[in-house]
Design a protein around this ligand. Structure first.
Ligand SMILES: *[C@@H]1O[C@H](CO)[C@@H](O)[C@H](O)[C@H]1NC(C)=O
Length: 421
């Protein structure tokens, strides 16, 4: 089955989440469903003994999703089927690991098209994994991931299957690239030629790519989304024991608990807890990220170590206040010199969160072309737009996303030709 990767990155859906929920919540009654069981309390997530000897990608266990998938955890989706699959994968250090993906089947599906969608989980807590927070009745506020279900709907509505993996793995290794991490699609593209060369992947769309994690950690400090700093560092600590030791040794005693709170909550809670703080002031050494252990791990998690073989659609806002533009531009330049086919869109007017919405529409159009066998432009092309919202066709798709939200609220069937248009 041809696979395709749609990637998006850290933090991008916060704004759309808050905005859409402000439309959604007051008007409709929230259906009551049985409470979902947290991954850490759910035996489904624990792989069977001896799973380590299975091949990467092997299916270990499946079940229907226990509760309906629901936008904002409240409004059930009307799709044909949704399953959870526990499968054998590999962590950032090359060790066997098992994680869960949620596979969605629309009404009237096209079995030749599968989209792998990496949500902006942006958290270092397993309770924020998509397999859990996308279900109704979790009671967890994770608007970014929950809003992205609407973008998955735009894909399902084209008849594509959608798989959305818990790419951080059971240790919620947020930002640890080799295991997926926040850069999941980009890393998947870089690692695929060696890890899964047998897959027929049509392309990957990646927006607001934090190719240089370090630059992002500094850019968000003292801002609204500074919660990404503890989430990112704690996530890395969960993958790299030596970093964990280093961070604990350098945290001020009275700041330890507050810093590690990031391992038990999702992005929304991180945002409200840490907004506008100087996270480096939590450490005895203000330049904690410039210590050897930190530099080594940040460098290991910097994109550009491997060369993707699949074509890429990348989009980035020139004024991105969270993920600085320059390192991404440098990454694009490097990939180009290495022969990757890239269509790069630089957006002059929007910023990170606006582009998350408008850029997603453009990305879906690009992915649609790949699925339909439209030849990829050879080499690197770069275009500058004043704002992606004005790109041809983007508004129609963006309209459809909103349309799907409204459809979700009414429980309309999702899939091609399921509804009169
Ligand atoms: C991270 O960014 C800071 C601020 O720009 C810089 O001083 C530091 O050298 C960078 N560290 C790494 C590992 O790139």
């Amino acid at each position: 089955m041809p696979a395709i990767v749609l990637g998006r990155v850290v933090t991008t859906f916060v704004w759309v989440g808050l905005w859409l929920s402000s439309i959604a919540t007051p008007t409709l009654a929230v259906p009551v469903r049985r409470a979902a069981v947290l991954p850490q309390d759910d035996p489904f997530y624990t792989p069977p003994a001896g799973y380590e000897s299975s091949a990467p990608g092997e299916i270990l266990r499946t079940r229907p999703v226990p509760n309906k998938l629901a936008a904002f955890s409240a409004f059930p989706q009307n799709i044909a089927n949704a399953w959870q699959i526990l499968y054998r994968t590999t962590d950032a250090l090359g060790n066997p690991q098992a994680t869960v993906t949620t596979v969605m089947e629309p009404h009237n599906p096209d079995a030749t098209k599968l989209l792998s969608y990496q949500v902006a989980e942006d958290s270092a807590y397993q309770g924020c994994a998509p397999s859990y927070v996308l279900q109704a009745g979790t009671g967890l506020s994770d608007t970014a991931s929950q809003a992205e279900l609407l973008l998955m709907d735009a894909a399902l509505d084209r008849g594509w299957y959608v798989s959305t993996p818990d790419y951080e793995g059971p240790n919620s290794a947020f930002t640890a690239g080799y295991s997926g991490g926040a850069l999941a699609s980009g890393w998947a593209a870089e690692l695929q030629p060696t890890y899964a060369p047998e897959l027929n992947i049509a392309g990957a769309a990646i927006g607001g790519t934090p190719g240089d994690l370090n630059a992002t950690l500094y850019a968000v400090n003292k801002g609204l989304f500074v919660g990404l700093v503890p989430a990112g560092i704690v996530g890395l600590c969960q993958q790299y024991p030596e970093l964990n030791e280093y961070v604990i040794a350098n945290l001020k005693a009275d700041k330890k608990d507050a810093f590690f709170k990031a391992n038990s909550q999702c992005l929304d809670a991180d945002t409200s807890q840490y907004a506008f703080q100087d996270m480096f002031s939590y450490f005895t050494n203000y330049n904690v990220l410039q210590g050897d252990v930190a530099v080594k791990i940040l460098n290991e998690n910097k994109m550009g170590k491997y060369v993707p073989k699949i074509p890429l659609h990348m989009y980035h806002s020139a004024n991105d206040e969270m993920v600085p533009f320059a390192p991404t531009q440098a990454l694009v330049k490097q990939y180009c010199s290495q022969g990757v086919n890239i269509e790069f869109v630089k957006d002059e007017l929007s910023e990170h969160i606006i582009l998350a919405i408008t850029g997603a529409a453009d990305a879906l159009i690009w992915l649609n072309d790949r699925f339909n066998g439209v030849p990829v432009k050879q080499g690197c092309s770069s275009r500058t737009t004043l704002t992606s919202a004005l790109d041809p066709g983007a508004l129609a798709v963006f309209g459809k996303v909103i349309f799907n939200l409204l459809g979700d609220l009414l429980g309309k069937p999702i899939g091609p030709n399921s509804i009169a248009r």
